[in-house]
Ligand binder design. Structure first.
Ligand SMILES: [Zn+2]
Length: 128
């Protein structure tokens, strides 16, 4: 099992998932909920999103949103379910003993830093 910092961004490798709309890499969104004892993310606390999501204030955002989220139950739910199982089979969250300030809250998805690409191999080094 690999432990991840919940305050960083993670991206699925291209051979595991890509955006069903535009083919861009898929990011793990916010971790909303996890089991405090084990660090296992719950199915309600796991979200995914397209790496191409523009800034919410930008002109492209509306078009992007319409194309990507017109049918989320068709486009995203099955993928999210599959990726949740893939993710929880490999990863847990490494929980800080003190709540660290979350740099992501005010920033658009993926803008804080380049996301870390999750590994398909359990034997590879722990992402840091
Ligand atoms: Zn996309």
């Amino acid at each position: 099992m690999i432990y991840l910092d919940p305050h960083k961004w993670y991206e699925f490798p291209a051979d595991v998932a890509c955006c069903p709309i535009c083919g861009a890499p898929v990011l793990v969104g916010d971790f909303d909920e996890w089991e405090t004892e084990t660090g296992a993310v719950t199915d309600c606390g796991f979200h995914i999103d397209c790496k191409n999501e523009p800034d919410e204030d930008s002109e492209e955002y509306e078009d992007w949103f319409k194309s990507h989220w017109s049918m989320p139950y068709v486009d995203w739910l099955p993928l999210q379910y599959r990726l949740y199982k893939w993710f929880t089979a490999r990863y847990r969250l490494r929980l800080p003993t003190q709540h660290a300030p979350d740099a992501r809250e005010s920033a658009p998805l993926g803008a804080v830093s380049e996301p870390i690409i999750l590994s398909t191999s359990q034997a590879s080094s722990t992402p840091t």
